[in-house]
Each structure stands twice: as C-alpha cells, then as structure tokens.
Design a protein around this ligand. Structure first.
Ligand code: FES
Ligand SMILES: [Fe+2]
Length: 424
C-alpha cells in the first residue's frame, strides 16, 4: 500500500528534489533519475578525461568513459589531443581496448575498418563491394569537443557548452595552486588503482569537501601518523573554510598555510621530512630547491572538487565513474614530479599508499561509510538527506560563497549545479 508521504514524494519534480538545505533520498536510489543524469549531466557538460601526462607522445592513448560511454583520449601526429567515441562506425564494435598504450591507428577487430589517430576513416577491407556508396568522410569516429586547462583535459558531447575556462571560473586559480605539487617540475600521473563501491556516484562527490567526517572515519589513519601530522590534520575546528566556486565546483581549505606551496618556504621543515631533505641535500640540490621539493611532496592543504567527476586532493586525482544508480568506480591516480628526484617521488607514492592505497588507512574507511549511506538510503524513501551544516554562517565571497571548513557548502554547490543541469 502506498503511504500518503510516498504519493506526495512521487509528485515531486526533479527540481523539487533539491532544496537549499537538503536533497531527496531518491537522488541516490531512483534508476530513472540515474538515466537522466547520464544524459543531462554526463553528456551535456564538461567531463574530465585525462591529464596531459597520460598521453605524452604522438600515438599515446588512454581509454576511459564519459558517463557510460567509452571514449579514447589520444594524441595525434601533430601533438593535438582528441577524444573519440570508442565505437566503430560500421557495426559499433569498440576499436581500442586496454587502459593505455601507443598505436599508429585504430583498426576495428571485427571487419577491419581502420581509423587514423584523429578518428578519420582511413580504409575498409574489400571496398569494391560498396560500389562507391561509402561516404568515408562522414564515417570517422565521433569526435568530441576537447579543451585543456593546467594540463587537465576535459571533453564534452555538447557542441554548444560554454568554453572550458568559463565553466571552470574561479576553480582555475585552485588548479594552478594544486599543480605546484610538481615542486618546479611538471606534474605527472605515475599510475592509478581502481575499485568499485556499491553506492551512488554523488555519495563520493560529496565526500571530497566533507571535513566533518575526517576525525571520526579516519581515526585509524590519525593513529598511524606522527604527533605533528596529527595536530596538522586537526582542522575541523581550525581556520580553514569551504567555498562554493560556482558551476558545482568547490574547494575545502583544511590547512591554510599549505594553500600556496611556494609561499613561506623558510618555515621549519616538518620532522617527518627531515630524512628526505637530507637525502636531497646529499644529492647536491641547493637549499631553496630542497625546501620547495619537500613542501611539494607533502601535498596541498586543500581539496578541490570539479563537477561532476574529478577531485584534486593531497597527492592524487580521484576520478569517479558512474556504473549504475547503486554502483560507482573510483580511479585514484597518483601524481609525481616528472623528472624530479627519485627520493621525492618515492615519498609521494608512500604517502599516497598510506591513505588511498588498497591497504591504506583512509579510503577503505571512507568506502565503508559510502556503502552504509547507500544501504540506509534503501529504507525511508520519503526521507531527505540533510545538507544544512554551516548554512547559517555562509557569507558571500569574491568567487562565490564560503563557510567554516566543516560546512556542507561544497555539497550544496554541487546539488545546485545538478538541479540546473537536470532541469534545463
Ligand atoms: S564493426 Fe567495425 S569493422 Fe565491422
Ligand atoms: Fe574521508
């Protein structure tokens, strides 16, 4: 029997399901809403696909997804990046498999149609049978719009969407700051690991700017670090903040002193990096370089969330890929210094593994929490997800709106963008 509340909730429009301070539980559980998201969000706005270091040379490619659609990110012979739908124009087979690699062309394994690196159809076996009826110029791989900022490649199916730089807006400044983790070297994706969790993609999206959970969920991580680091990470009552940067993007500043990694380099080197600093000195690096590299190794003191699918945090990018309404794949890509000292890059890898790794002290605890959110959402479907923390203290800023570090401002920002796109 349908309860009175159920009936009332079924009548809610998509727009009604996102309020200023809460969202409806159906956003985590309704398969029809998920289908609409794939169309109105993932096929309609800019979606992050790769870092330029993942396709370093002509012919380098990476396979990924935009929503559920497989795409190839590839660099052509003139060094131009393309994002191509991974679907043969004959009878739809994927033309490229494998996560990453290098190739001269894409040859469909089914009947052998071949495409050049920019997606153009180059040749088909036994063309005489088509009796000149094949419009080769119109049967290239579908090519998406692709634009880059700060080494980050984004693509979209929407030919009419605003330029990427306008979409990113104030988030650009934070991307520039984040890339200072190169410590004077270009940033390089050194590898990634993937996992799936049984939960909706937005549960993960919310987590990147959620300081509130940190001391509780990450108790075991906090007990595994030195005293100085533990104190540094005690930021929930600190002077940090979270800011809505527009278009669904947000930043959570946890450690204000580590916003600009090149500022105040005379500050004492933390005890945990003393051995690394000594190793870099022993390699003959001048003192100012040692300080810059050590600072960069420690990572940025903020998390940046770019709607809808990429987070920049500590030493890594976290990319989310929706699989179904109740399943999400996460890619954790670790970033290192391209050409930087081996000791520094090793330290970054160890730091990344310590928190995000499959055997790490951070992400396994996070994913347990996300799974529980999904499990709980299966009950009480007329209830709402509360996102009103820090709302009263929110203030206008030059770039948007901000509140204290543990406010749910970042989540409110993401859901307002969700509402805008879903009701467009
Ligand atoms: S499906 Fe690709 S050549 Fe036939
Ligand atoms: Fe967490």
């Amino acid at each position: 029997m349908t309860s009175k509340t159920d009936t009332a909730d079924q009548a809610l429009t998509l727009g009604d399901r996102v309020q200023a301070d809460r969202v409806h539980t159906s956003l985590y559980t309704d398969p029809a809403i998920f289908e609409t998201e794939m169309d109105k969000i993932f096929s309609s706005t800019w979606v992050w696909v790769a870092h330029t270091s993942e396709i370093p040379e002509a012919g380098s490619f990476k396979n990924t997804y935009i929503g559920r659609q497989p795409v190839i990110v590839v660099r052509d012979r003139k060094q131009k990046a393309h994002v191509l739908l991974n679907r043969c124009r004959h009878r739809a087979a994927t033309v490229c498999e494998g996560k990453k690699g290098k190739t001269n062309s894409f040859v469909c394994p089914y009947h052998g149609w071949s495409y050049s690196l920019d997606g153009a159809l180059r040749g088909v076996p036994h063309p005489e049978s088509y009796a000149d009826q094949l419009e080769k110029g119109e049967l290239g791989l579908v090519s998406l719009r692709v634009e880059e900022y700060a080494g980050m490649l984004f693509a979209t199916f929407n030919k009419d969407v605003e330029p990427l730089v306008d979409y990113l807006g104030p988030a650009k400044k934070w991307m520039d700051l984040f890339m200072k983790q190169g410590g004077g070297f270009p940033v390089k994706v050194a590898g990634e690991h993937r996992f799936r969790f049984p939960g909706n993609w937005k549960i993960q999206l919310e987590n990147t700017t959620d300081a509130y959970h940190f001391p509780l969920v990450h108790k075991s991580f906090l007990s595994s670090v030195d005293k100085q680091t533990e104190e540094m990470l005690d930021f929930v009552t600190g002077t940090g903040y979270v800011e809505d940067l527009g278009n669904g993007h947000s930043v959570m500043v946890m450690i204000p002193a580590l916003v600009d990694l090149e500022a105040n380099l005379d500050a004492p080197i933390p005890e945990r990096f003393a051995a690394l600093a000594d190793a870099l000195r022993a390699e003959g690096n001048p003192e100012d370089e040692v300080r810059r590299i050590v600072r960069a190794v420690g990572g940025s003191g903020f998390n940046l969330n770019i709607f809808p699918n990429i987070a920049c945090s500590m030493a890594f990018f976290r990319v989310l890929q929706p699989i179904s309404v109740t399943e999400t794949e996460i890619h954790h890509a670790v970033i290192t210094m391209d050409g930087g000292p081996q000791a520094a890059n090793q330290a970054r890898l160890r730091m990344h593994e310590h928190f995000q790794g499959p055997m790490g002290f951070g992400t396994p605890d996070d994913s347990e929490a996300w799974e529980r959110v999904q499990k709980g959402s299966g009950s009480g479907k007329d209830l709402w997800i509360m996102l009103n923390r820090g709302l009263a203290g929110e203030k206008e800023t030059a770039d948007g709106r901000a509140s204290d570090v543990s406010a749910e401002t970042g989540m409110r920002a993401a859901y307002q963008q969700w509402k805008k796109l879903m009701t467009a």
